[in-house]
Design a protein around this ligand. Sequence first.
Ligand SMILES: [Zn+2]
Ligand SMILES: [Zn+2]
Length: 656
Amino acid sequence: MYPNRLKILFVLIALLHLALVGRLAQLQLVQGGKYSGLSKKRLIKEHTLSARRGSIYDRHGRPLALEEASFDVEVRYKNLLYSYYASRSAKDESNELPPDLSKIKAHKRRDTACQECHPYDDLWVERVSRLLDLKPDELLARAEVAVKRVESIKKNVQRGRKRRVRIQEELASLPIAKNISVEKAAELETRLEQYPGVSLVARPKRYYPNGELACHLLGSLGKLSEAEWQKIKGLRVESSDSRLSLYYSTLSKDTLVGRGGLEAQYDVELQGRPGKRIEEIVLKTLKVDKVIFDMPPQAGHDLFLTLDLDVQRLAESALSGLGDKNGSIVVMDTETGEILALASCPGFDLNTFNLDYTRLASDPRKPLLNRPLQAALPPGSTFKPITALSALAGGEIAPSTQFYCGGKLMIGDRFRHCTSTHYQMRLEEAMEHSCNIYFYETAKRLEGVNLENKARAFGLGEKTGIDLPFEGAGLVPVTRSLGERLNLSIGQGELLTTPLQMTRMMATVANGGKLVSPHLLRKVVSLEEDLPWESASGGSRKKGTVSISPEHLKVLRNALRRVVINGTARGKGLDVLEVAGKTGTSQTGTKGVYHAWFLGYMPYNNPRYCLCVVVEETTGHGGEVAAPVAQQLAQGLLHRDTAQLTAKRDTGIEGR
Ligand SMILES: [Zn+2]
Ligand SMILES: [Zn+2]
């Protein structure tokens, strides 16, 4: 309908309009005369000016959550009433007026509907009808609904006060068409003088341009519950943090706040501060005489994430390519803890989240679960690097230590089994082929709580502190018997870990002992400043180190590289993509059903990305089910690096 640039101009005009007249709460009208100096011909009108909520972008500035305007057409009540009378008179149905209205003397009613006195009062019907392609009868029907509602409120008020009153709705404009298109809104806005009695109202609406993409980590908006509202009213007084108490003071019962995800985690940054305007109105014309008080709203701050939309998209499509399997993917920078992708399958559409909520909440696949940080699962053999490092550090085994795998081993009073018969093996080979017997033999030598302490040193059993709500802590059990220690050594038993925890564990191996803080926020951007993640709120900044001897690290990394070349993840194309890693096939409690894991990093000789793939409740092994997904990811990450190298060569700017 319009050329693109004109369209953009219209949107800008519309947004300007939003900033100027956007109203959050309903009008508050105070009858003139209550305040000194005001005549009975005037009244005070107070507007709350809603603040623009901050937007959320990926690391390259591509939008993930935006504040859009939704436009409503409103018509002054006076005009609605006039058209209602006029249409009734024309059809000679004045006897069908509501009882209260029909009591008004007939000549007065005729006067109100008189074309000579009110030549333009009815014009809105024809004009709005043409603008919105709606039949005049439809608009008149909406006018009738509005008039009958207002008149019935008025009747109740009058009955209570036992006198005739004017209620605030009579002085206001009422919505006659909601959520009209931006084009129609722009057309109306630019020709408003041709629409007597009509006004355009812009309301903020959260929009997620990618629909389902990254839904779990973005979260959505909703109103506070009554209990939350009561709590916040208390916090307003109690909070000693001035920034927080300012935030609490901006909230009202109707404020949309973040519900889950980053929208909730960074609501303080995103929310902004509403403004207020108080106007003095001439009662007869409803025109603003003067502005008594004007405090403009302050827009919320924008978030730039560490997330890379391309990697996220790749991760999600790789997971949904598995059919109806539930799963997780984490891609993290091994040095900084920046999350490049955090995918949870199945997902949901953010734009219809509130409508779909009941269905989603009762879905047996639990689409609302943010699996990478909330699904606590046994990690299976992806835990074996910890067992190896623990035994190497304690001197229970050396890199050259050999054990014999005969396919099964009697320990205590029962046989424990391996996946195959591996014969004589050293640590690197045992890791390569994921031999359980080797790790059982190792665990027999491990004493007391060393292994579980090592697991905790790698951050298992506690939240990673990622800047997202409702993270799970998993569980590192206290082992009291040899049997429990044997289970732990192969990542089974009571041990529960989230994919995110395991990603951080593997990053520690990849970066040589730094326990990074996984995070999604890169920076908070406002008019005044760019605040990097380190200085912003949300999530933990706790950093730690795990002491690993360079010699042991070398042995382990060699072993992890062998896994993709000739071990449990061989033949999946991971070797040519310079990946190193470990497969896992953990028990679910149901025979023949497993959680399939692949946990690794790349490039193996200069690690940059850590990746974790988990496919829940599948019949295949980690190498069969999770490794091919990891291959798709690694392929994409390699392309990303190549593209960035090209960009750096062409522009001199380095991406990351
Ligand atoms: Zn007249
Ligand atoms: Zn074996």
